[in-house]
Ligand binder design. Structure first.
Ligand SMILES: NC(=O)c1ccc[n+]([C@@H]2O[C@H](COP(=O)([O-])OP(=O)(O)OC[C@H]3O[C@@H](n4cnc5c(N)ncnc54)[C@H](O)[C@@H]3O)[C@@H](O)[C@H]2O)c1
Length: 360
């Protein structure tokens, strides 16, 4: 059984930053990685938070993740930019990609950015929030190059990644509406979290290596490997396919097939096609009122049980409020793995001992 700690977000941020500084990242890169991972935990997406550090460290040691890379513009077609991520930290590459896209959308009303060959870009909502903070609507199609985990509808083995889709709509007096999810029934990282906690996952999300339904998250972490299932039967599978093609092929990157399979689960490479739109470019002066009227109308539906009706993005906002106050929950197995990664990064024992005191 593992213990659950509550970690103070700002000190956890310092720890993450220190790990990547020791590993060789620049101050800016360490900060962007820490910003992203801690923000994912704060938003409630522990699958994409600090628990990713051991995997990133393995990817670095195996020679896949490259430190201190910057995106380069491969093609500039005005409203459309194609960027190469050079296998660098996705937390840096996607940040730069959104910055460039936002600048173009501010000038032109709309911009599309294809980012390919980036190491894991983590929680996609983070990139949408960057666009919304600048006042823009955005849409994101993402694939995971060459690391299949999900079986097609009516199939029985892994053929593509957990390919997330994300969209955001900024609101005038409220946090943005945010749709941000994997097209698998659950994100792969959620099987890692369950496995670390010694828990089963709910039925309907996993099949074993023989294509039989299972609730054992270990089938995703040790051979013989099983697969995740797409969400929503054929609909989730169809959306995953569009994320693979629009995210992987249209961006100038690669899709998943025999020639692109990667040998390591720690080497996660994402491609993302992002469309950024200035809502003010539309002739829609009542846009905000219309959006609010709809949301208010929806929320007036009589509740079917104990859980309140929420709008997309509200779940994350609620987690932020609670975790800012109570701290970020982390199980002891994940914590030990992060501390081991800190040692691998070259953090001296005395420095690690001081950070270890955060877990209680
Ligand atoms: N980089 C990658 O390769 C990759 C791959 C897969 C997933 N991810 C990330 O993993 C994270 C987790 O994905 P997931 O599939 O587990 O997400 P999830 O199943 O937790 O769904 C999250 C979405 O559902 C909304 N939501 C939650 N409860 C709601 C409610 N009651 N009413 C209305 N809306 C509600 C949230 O606001 C959010 O938009 C995401 O941030 C995603 O971007 C990344």
């Amino acid at each position: 059984m593992s213990t659950l700690y509550r970690l103070p977000p700002s000190q956890l941020h310092q720890f993450v930053q220190a790990i990547w500084l020791h590993a060789g990242s620049s101050a800016e890169e360490s900060r962007l990685v820490a910003d992203h991972l801690v923000a994912a935990n704060l938003a409630g997406h522990d699958s994409h938070g600090v628990g990713m550090i051991p995997s990133y460290m393995s990817s670095l040691k195996q020679g896949f993740l490259q430190l201190n890379q910057h995106t380069t513009i491969e093609k500039d077609a005005g409203a459309v930019l194609t960027l190469h991520g050079h296998n660098g930290f996705g937390q840096v590459a996607a940040h730069q990609a959104m910055q460039l896209g936002i600048e173009r959308a501010a000038k032109l009303g709309i911009a599309a950015v294809g980012l390919h060959h980036s190491h894991h870009i983590g929680r996609i909502g983070h990139w949408a929030e960057q666009c919304a903070a600048a006042g823009f609507v955005s849409f994101h199609f993402v694939n995971v190059m060459g690391d299949p985990m999900v079986a097609p509808f009516n199939g029985s083995d892994r053929r593509f990644g957990t390919n997330p889709f994300c969209a955001i709509f900024p609101r005038q007096n409220a946090k943005p509406l945010l749709l941000d999810f994997a097209t698998s029934g659950i994100a792969y990282g959620k099987t890692r979290v369950a496995w670390n906690k010694g828990q089963q996952v709910a039925p309907g999300y996993l099949i074993d290596h023989q294509g039989q339904p299972t609730t054992e998250p270990g089938v995703m972490h040790q051979a013989p490997y099983g697969s995740l299932m797409p969400f929503g039967l054929h609909k989730g599978y169809a959306l995953a396919t569009m994320c693979e093609i629009l995210g992987g092929a249209l961006s100038g990157g690669r899709t998943t097939h025999d020639a692109t399979l990667v040998s390591s689960h720690d080497a996660i490479f994402n491609c993302m096609t992002t469309i950024i739109v200035n809502p003010e470019a539309f002739d829609a002066p009542a846009m905000q009122e219309e959006a609010e009227s709809f949301l208010e109308w929806v929320k007036r539906s009589p509740q079917s049980g104990d859980a309140p009706i929420q709008v997309p993005g509200e779940w994350e906002e609620q987690n932020r409020t609670e975790r800012d106050r109570e701290g970020i929950p982390l199980d002891s197995n994940s914590w030990e793995q992060i501390c081991a990664a800190a040692l691998q990064a070259g953090m001296p024992d005395e420095e690690l001992a001081a950070f270890r005191a955060l877990a209680q």
